[in-house]
Write a protein that binds this ligand. Sequence first.
Ligand code: ADP
Ligand code: GLC
Length: 485
Amino acid sequence: MKVLQVSAEFFPLLKTGGLADVAGALPLALADVGQDVRVLLPGFPSIRAGVADALPVAEFDTPWGQRVLLRLGHISVGERQVAAYVIDAPALYDRPGNPYEDAHGQPYGDNHRRFALLGFAAARLAAGLDGAWRPKVVHAHDWHAALAPAYMAFDGSIHRGDAASVFTVHNLAFQGLFDHGHFLELGLPHSAFDINGVEFYGHLSFMKAGLFYADRLTTVSPTYALEIQTPEQGCGLQGLLRGRSRQLTGILNAVDEAVWNPSTDALLPARFDVDRPAGKAQCKAELQAQLGLAVRPDAPLFTVISRLTEQKGLHLVLETLDTLIGLGGQLALLGTGVPHLEAAFRERAAAAPGSVSATIGYSEALAHRLMGGGDAILVPSMYEPCGLTQMYGLKYGSLPLVHRVGGLADTVVDSTPDALSGGSATGFVFDRFDAEGFTGALRRAFELYTRAADWQRVRDTAMRQHADWHTAATRYLNVYEEALQ
Ligand code: ADP
Ligand code: GLC
């Protein structure tokens, strides 16, 4: 089956979060189960640089009358290649830094055009823009690509059965909301600006376009698929999602073993796996030394690798940090985000340098070393569609301590007495989203850490968990087949 993956990010070329990891891994996993996959990406500078061999395949006009060139080339991912269409529109995409915001953290004023174009180009490909390759399924990711299903639905040249659309929600809270005046620029029929369409409380909503017009919907964990149908987590779209619940599937993300595997990870000072765990102690010692923490094998080392935003619940870590230090633990954080969280973690690190380290910034290399050297990873998110760092933590024997929501609930088994004796425990899970709930799980983690044999058993179970892209790709394939029916 010819499948077009449409996203704004792609690891290793451009990443601000987990979306990029998924967009980078899924095409190869689909190819491994026999599919003919290409990706479509906006021509941001790092994407254009990463698709060095891109040649023109077609030209077309945007609905607002701009001439745009579509190129086709390849992205090298390790030893493999992914065929990639790149939208060559320098006036829209050739801006340094973050793909969504300017240097002051403000969304670009023409984001509606920049991302409408992504969906528009996808629909044009579904209509046969490239005579040599026409997708059967267009799979759009998050609001950036969410107009693809709408443009496809209104394209008279795409007949039922020619091509189907699938839309995946990675985070319902980011919706792509724009002033309704911009709707007129997008070339969709007037009838689409309706409660049964792209209108959302008087605004133009890209997210709603995907949710309303796609043939099939998915999100990135089974629990989040249920949560987004409730008022608490539906972000105002729960009614639409409930109405489409039979077309909505939760498919858990997976771990790309070509990137995240402690037995082959070249970014670690030593490699290890469940049968040869010795390297983990070396990773820990070198990490503590690198970060200026006390080099103490007996101090449980907690890590955080995260966007520093309200979603991630990191105020709970700040509120309980004294307890963590008081119990003899260490914290190593890597993250970037809202200024007050960056400042708070910096301050805490300056006040207790032997126990707390905060690296404010983005570093792929340090992220791997934290996974390798940490004993436990903290992911206390308020909500979490899937979450990848807890899955990487499992793989690297860094036991996840998580809030029981979304994909965190689906991937971590709490170390209850039953789960410990039954051998299924893989981490620590708390229910109450407050300092007390979090501290309870933290204390249980410390307690288990003092029982070395039990800790090791939980770690072994964690490291043996399978979260492979093959399983996820097979599930997506089922959804594609349903979409085409
Ligand atoms: P989200 O997509 O909501 O940010 P995920 O857990 O799905 O959360 O994915 C986050 C991804 O971004 C992971 O691959 C994680 O390692 C990476 N990451 C987050 N912050 C940083 C950072 N400061 N430096 C390096 N990698 C980071
Ligand atoms: C989003 C979500 C995160 C998920 C990622 C990849 O960024 O916040 O939970 O893991 O997308 O699907």
